[in-house]
Write a protein that binds this ligand. Structure first.
Ligand SMILES: Nc1nc2c(ncn2[C@@H]2O[C@H](COP(=O)(O)OP(=O)(O)OP(=O)(O)O)[C@@H](O)[C@H]2O)c(=O)[nH]1
Ligand SMILES: [Mg+2]
Length: 456
């Protein structure tokens, strides 16, 4: 932050471009004064006021203004919101007038950062603001709203309290051996530590569900070279995103695109053909990328060229893919492609035949995919709070690792386990505190708020 948190900042809070209305905000110690300079009148607290905004060149617009004094404002500082007509010219000129009156241009996320610094919200809640703005589905919206209202922070507090309880007990025994504090035996300590690990692991594991909510499930299109994978990607997207060629080995890199499948958002990933001869380093790398894309996907669509009978290499590649997916419990939908040509491959149970040339089977495939993905996202929503942010997931995993270390040292260091376990528990708490903010380093805060848009 280049200035102290009490200086006055201003920004356009609505998206760029024109609309019916737009909002320009000013916040900080001098917000009321700069607004008064531009509007020509003092604003009473929390009352909509019709005013004429002016600058040195003349009238700008007829606007409606709202003044939130610090004690009741979302940022914990004086805040003025001016609603003007949504022309980009008016918005920019109004902002310029506020800057000329003494405000400076706000940085990305600076209003939310001030809410955090003034204790109006913790870090997890501040991060939820971004998720809420980006939420594209009901499930993502519910999850972000719950986090904004403190759902995740309460979950983290619930994990924190018993860890702190155990740490306090250990420290009391260590620091005051003369007092009559009941000692903690190794067996009881291990049992309590195991009990602490389980809920942390559960919350950390919810990250997969959380990612589904945030990004939508990933659908990996896989199959032998020339099977028709890229053609299928293009047909599902409705545009020529990937290169399609009669020669095998066209797609090398993975190609990712968001897609709406009958109302279910998903990310489609086209891949290089499986079992392609690795003639050069690029082939080997493309195979690695296909495997990585498959491992990180939620559903695989196995495309089999339906116009020719499968040979031994096809069978081996399909078997390997099904086995890998069964291990990861990833559903595999089989698609027989090129249905407009004479069918030569046997139909697979539960799969469908499609032709991207004629559009045959495409509606059926879309609804099959939406049903398969809907199961995952529906289960995700029903599962309650989920961790949606990689930073939170990382902190939970570090907390879990520290708890594991604490438990391990009960056996491995019989002479001094209490001291070592206490140190690990302190680290475990520090990791949890990074989620809600008190222990988050400055560069982490800067990274988080820089991802916000200006005006938020
Ligand atoms: N007749 C017919 N041809 C198709 C259909 N789908 C794909 N093809 C053709 O099959 C060939 C290979 O298609 P691609 O989509 O490039 O196949 P791919 O699996 O992505 O191939 P690689 O990227 O090389 O692994 C192209 O010539 C396509 O035009 C279809 O439904 N009908
Ligand atoms: Mg391709």
């Amino acid at each position: 932050m280049p200035n102290t948190p009490t200086d006055t900042i201003a920004a356009i809070a609505t998206p760029p471009g024109s609309g019916a209305l737009a909002i320009v905000r000013a916040g900080g110690g001098g917000a009321a004064a700069v607004a008064r300079a531009v509007l020509g009148k003092a604003l009473p607290p929390r009352r909509a006021v019709l005013a004429r905004a002016r600058d040195s060149a003349g009238d700008i617009d007829q606007v409606v203004s709202l003044f939130f004094p610090a004690e009741s404002s979302p940022t914990g500082e004086d805040l003025v919101e001016i609603t003007c007509h949504g022309s980009p010219y008016i918005q920019k000129r109004l902002l310029k007038a506020l800057l000329e009156a003494g405000a400076r241009a706000a940085e990305p996320g600076e209003f939310t950062r001030r809410s955090f610094c003034n204790g109006r919200m913790d870090l997890a809640q501040a991060e939820a603001v971004c998720d809420l703005i980006a939420a594209g589905t009901g499930a993502a919206h519910r999850s972000a709203l719950s986090q904004l209202e403190g759902g995740l922070s309460r979950d983290v507090d619930a994990l924190r309290a018993p860890i702190l309880g155990l740490l306090t007990h250990l420290e009391a025994c260590l620091d005051h051996p003369e007092e009559d504090i009941p000692p903690l035996g190794p067996a009881e300590a291990k049992a309590r530590l195991t009990g602490l690990e389980a809920p942390v692991a559960r919350l950390a594991d919810s990250f997969r569900t959380g990612r589904l909510l945030r990004e939508g499930p990933r659908v990996c299109i896989v199959g032998r070279p020339n099977a028709g994978k890229s053609s299928l990607l293009n047909a599902l997207l409705g545009c020529e995103r990937a290169i399609v060629c009669p020669e095998p080995g066209t797609t090398r890199d993975t190609i990712e695109e968001p897609c709406d499948l009958d109302g279910t958002p998903a990310v489609l990933v086209d891949t290089a053909g499986l079992g392609h001869d690795c003639a050069c380093a690029a082939d080997a790398e493309s195979l690695r990328r296909t495997q990585r894309a498959l491992r990180s996907s939620d559903v695989a669509v196995l495309v089999i060229d339906g116009s020719r009978p499968p040979d031994a290499r096809d069978e081996a590649a399909h078997r390997a893919l099904r086995e890998a997916s069964a291990e990861d419990r990833r559903p595999v939908l089989t698609v027989l492609s090129k249905a407009d040509l004479a069918p030569r491959a046997p139909a697979a149970a539960g799969g469908c035949r499609v032709s991207v040339l004629r559009g045959d089977g495409m509606a059926e495939l879309r609804s099959l995919l939406a049903r398969t993905l809907g199961g995952g996202a529906g289960a995700a929503c029903a599962g309650g709070a989920a961790v949606t942010c990689a930073r939170h997931h990382d902190a939970l995993r570090r907390c879990l690792a520290r708890l594991g270390e604490a438990r391990a040292c009960v056996d491995s260091r019989p002479g001094c386990w209490e001291e070592l376990a206490a140190r690990e528990l302190r680290e475990a708490l520090a990791a949890l505190d990074e989620i809600t903010g008190p222990a988050a380093p400055d560069e982490v805060l800067a990274g988080i708020f820089s991802r916000f848009c200006v005006g938020k």
